[in-house]
Design a protein around this ligand. Structure first.
Ligand code: CMC
Length: 474
């Protein structure tokens, strides 16, 4: 029975892929899909548009073709046939897991979902007055102390290599020559803590990645419950990652369809090239800080409305529009005011975002199968707005719905409160963030771009009268 019901979801994904093939043409982009020869020759626009920061095998976004690939696998195939657990393993380790590999990975995820100290600490914080993303960030950083021996007096990383290559001792302010090799390595030779039990690990490396991927879902669940005025719910070891996430946030065990839809949403959000939050995470990790602190930066970057925060903004926008009959006039007014339409546009895609191609039909399926009147209205407004935007900005500027346009409607149908749309994005992206950090650290070089100085030179310092008086008083 479970299979029959979730089969419909698989069919929707397969149909979305067929539609994508029919509607979008494009080639591999040689400028973004080839080995890098340093120093690299690329055209860079504002906001580092077009800049090449590193090589990666983890994922590829083809903006003209509307294609998304994880470790060589097309996103549609992964959504149709895989699970978030399998995809996380794939992103981190480069290959789909064998059965024994998957079962030991699952065991680790179950173990790491248990973060009682973090939840206890969080409960002493003013979670109800913090934004959900701020609380998620705090919780993720508290997790650093849950299972690692970070900051314990016995934790002595070997920094000898690092010290000889810090920012002050190497000539960073030079014309880039293009280093072929890693300059320094990530805390190689860390001494295990004497006190560290078998279950403690250093705050970097694969155990820390598994801990973050799994534990951040428990943080999200606890924060959601506390913000709703309830006590956090313990995870159920029999449930999948997706089902546990819904359970811990809403307090209700999901139906097979709800679980499957959440799983697909998690797969869709798991990685997406060098986006702002991934880059933020990698920048922090490149300083040889650790993965917990680095991921906190990713969460901070993701929270903004131009990035992951757009999913919550979309729902507010649809509510503001109010009805299908208001769409045309609302849109005309928004365009006249040069307002950004939330859930549309992308730095890389000039075609329909493949993630939105899946989420749109999923939203429609959930609304038709049991959505309330509010959900039905939101979906009709969304579809009418999509038509308006594509017929104007689509052809002219390549602006189409992005991943955030339909995800909010999907999450609402799963009973997720709007302030948890972006935390769910973060729970999923933990896989991509940690995978990209691990990959980059194999050939780490601290990120350190330059700014073009356009200020003045030779200004003469003159003490202000106010400062003078203060000094005299003393
Ligand atoms: N509505 C109206 N016009 C838009 C939009 C939009 N959503 N997005 C881009 N444009 C126009 C923009 O006005 C500009 O026009 P012009 O050339 O005439 O000045 C042009 O397209 C280029 O826009 P941009 O802001 O320079 O593009 P960007 O690459 O810097 O920004 C973006 C990408 C995603 C921040 C932007 O499209 C945007 O603000 N979208 C709305 C917020 C949103 O949905 N964000 C989620 C992004 S997808 C999930 C994720 O990765 O986080």
């Amino acid at each position: 029975m479970k299979h029959v019901k979730t089969k419909k979801i698989t069919k929707l994904i397969v149909d979305a892929e067929k539609k994508a093939h029919k509607e979008t043409k494009g080639d591999i982009e040689p400028a973004f899909a080839a080995p890098v020869k340093w120093p690299v020759d690329c055209v860079v626009g504002p906001g580092l548009e077009g800049a090449i920061a590193c090589e990666s095998k983890i994922g590829y976004v083809n903006g003209s073709k509307g294609e998304l690939i994880y470790q060589g696998y097309n996103i549609f195939d992964l959504c149709a046939y895989s699970t978030f657990e399998e995809v996380s393993y794939l992103l981190l380790h480069g290959n789909l897991p064998t059965k024994p590999q998957l079962s030991s990975f699952n065991e680790k995820l179950i173990e790491y979902r248990n973060i009682p100290n973090t939840i206890g600490t969080l409960m002493g914080f003013p979670i109800r007055t913090m934004s959900a993303m701020a609380a998620l960030r705090a919780g993720t950083n508290f997790m650093r102390y849950e299972c690692t021996y970070a900051d314990s007096p016995d934790y002595i990383p070997d920094r000898s290599k690092i010290i000889s290559a810090d920012e002050d001792s190497i000539p960073m302010e030079t014309i880039p020559m293009g280093e072929e090799h890693a300059i320094y390595e990530f805390k190689k030779g860390v001494k295990e803590s004497k006190d560290a039990g078998l279950d403690l690990h250093p705050p970097e490396g694969y155990p820390a990645c598994y801990h973050l991927i799994s534990g951040v879902s428990s943080v999200a669940g606890a924060v959601a419950r506390i913000r709703q005025g309830f006590l956090p719910i313990a995870f159920d070891p029999e449930l999948s990652h997706a089902a546990n996430l819904i359970y811990m946030i809403t307090g209700k065990k999901p139906t097979p369809v709800e679980e499957r839809v959440m799983d697909v949403a998690l797969i869709l959000h798991a990685d997406h090239g060098m986006n702002a939050s991934t880059f933020a995470t990698m920048v922090v990790a490149s300083t040889l800080s650790d993965i917990y602190l680095a991921m906190g930066s990713g969460i901070a970057a993701l929270s903004g409305p131009l990035h992951g925060g757009a999913n919550e903004e979309v729902l507010k926008m649809l509510e503001e529009i109010g009805s299908v009959s208001n769409v045309a006039s609302w849109y005309k007014h928004a365009r006249a005011k040069k307002k950004k339409i939330m859930g549309f546009g992308h730095r890389v895609y000039r075609a329909y975002d493949p993630r939105a191609r899946v989420l749109g039909p999923l939203a429609e399926h959930l609304v038709n199968e049991g959505g309330d009147a509010q959900a039905k209205t939101m979906l009709s407004i969304a579809k009418a707005l999509e038509k308006e935007v594509i017929s104007t900005l689509g052809a002219k500027k390549g602006i189409f719905p992005n991943v955030d346009f339909y995800s909010g409607i999907v999450y609402s149908c799963l009973g997720i409160p709007p302030d948890f749309f972006t935390p769910i994005f973060a729970v999923s992206r933990a896989a991509g963030w940690t995978a990209r950090v691990m990959e980059y650290l194999k050939h780490n070089r601290i990120f350190r771009p330059r700014a073009m100085y356009v200020g003045s030179f030779d200004r003469k310092y003159k003490q202000s009268a106010g400062k003078d008086k203060k000094l005299k008083k003393k």
